[in-house]
Write a protein that binds this ligand. Structure first.
Ligand code: NDP
Length: 309
């Protein structure tokens, strides 16, 4: 059985070694090995170039090395091969820590102290809200969003969710949908977006959306950069001095040096680091899915191509 491994992570050697160890009875190739692409049956990938995807004519399953699948389904040569993506509890746990850290930075006004320190300014005490006084609105209440939501609920924050369908088997979090986005944004002191990149979510957070948010609220974007209109956000930040954002994902990554977000005083930037993919648990997950497939001959894709995620 031949597997192609491809990713551009900085620790790609570590990934490759772990894949080789776990799938030790298989032939693992990278592009450098110049394999016969027609013999590749499975591909484990992140940001595979389209010219390679085009050559994978007999691939049966594509494994995404992350939770997002936009890097596969947006390739022109992708032809509906079933996709298995990472659904990892460790990733969800790390994402919850990230979101909580950003909430606390805003809630406890730590950003003010950080700025004051640079100016050697003693600000003194600031009034801060208690967890139960804040409503956190999570946009995209899927695998990761639900985990983050439960984590924050357990800390006594009021949590509400926004998603496509008005049903949620995973938790008791109150759901809002497109028809009551106004109300959802009106209630939220902090909005956390964990949306995937799809045709429908492109520039979802735009001028209109931002104008519906509370004037002194806080936006955390950890879904995908494509879901946010960066120009609209800059204008909104410049008009509303008490509006703050924490951005982990961007239209262009790494974020270009000339991008104005770098130096904006109400913007916190993290480098697409909200939740890294845990090597061991993700590889174990792929191994298990492949084992099940070999036993049953059936594989259910984790991606609904009509919905686009
Ligand atoms: P899921 O597919 O489990 O959840 C996606 C959620 O988004 C669902 O609740 C879905 O609604 C909702 N959604 C999709 N389209 C729309 C829409 N048009 N309007 C409203 N809601 C919508 O994905 P995960 O939770 O596993 O991952 C979400 C995303 O997080 C990934 O796609 C990836 O982009 C990002 N991510 C970011 C990381 C980082 O480090 N910054 C790390 C890992 C992932 P419904 O439930 O109704 O179908």
């Amino acid at each position: 059985m031949s597997i192609l491994f491809y990713c551009n992570f900085s620790n790609k050697k570590q990934w490759l070694n772990s894949v080789k160890k776990k799938f030790s009875t298989n032939k693992i190739f990278t592009i450098k090995d110049k394999p016969d692409f027609l013999k590749i049956e499975y591909a484990i990938v992140w940001n595979l170039p389209d010219n390679i995807m085009k050559k994978l004519k007999n691939v049966k399953i594509i494994f995404s090395l992350g939770a997002g699948v936009d890097h596969i389904i947006n390739l022109p040569s992708y032809n509906k091969t079933p996709i298995v993506r990472v659904k990892d509890i460790n990733m969800a746990e790390r994402m919850s820590y990230h979101v909580h850290s950003q909430i606390l930075t805003y809630q406890l006004k730590l950003y003010l102290f950080q700025k004051a320190q640079i100016q050697k300014k003693w600000l003194g005490e600031q009034h801060t809200k208690l967890n139960r006084e804040l409503t956190i609105g999570i946009i995209g209440l899927g695998f990761l969003g639900n985990h983050v939501g439960k984590y924050l609920s357990n800390l006594n924050y009021n949590v509400i969710g926004f998603k496509r369908e008005n049903k949620n088997k995973e938790s008791k979090i109150k759901i809002y949908t497109k028809k009551n986005l106004n109300k959802f944004l009106n209630l939220s002191d902090i909005v956390v977006s964990i949306l995937p990149d799809t045709e429908k979510t492109k520039n979802f957070i735009n001028k209109k959306f931002l104008s519906l948010m509370k004037k002194n609220s806080f936006l955390i974007n950890i879904g995908r950069g494509s879901t946010l209109n960066e120009q609209d956000l800059l204008l909104h930040l410049n008009k509303n001095k008490s509006f703050h954002v924490s951005l982990d994902v961007f239209k262009i990554e790494p974020l270009p040096k000339k991008n104005k977000f770098w130096t904006h005083k109400n913007v916190i930037i993290t480098p697409h680091a909200a939740a890294l993919t845990d090597i061991d648990s993700s590889i174990n997950h792929m191994f298990k899915r492949l084992k099940d497939y070999k036993k049953t001959g059936k594989i259910k894709s984790d991606v609904n191509l009509i919905k686009g995620y």
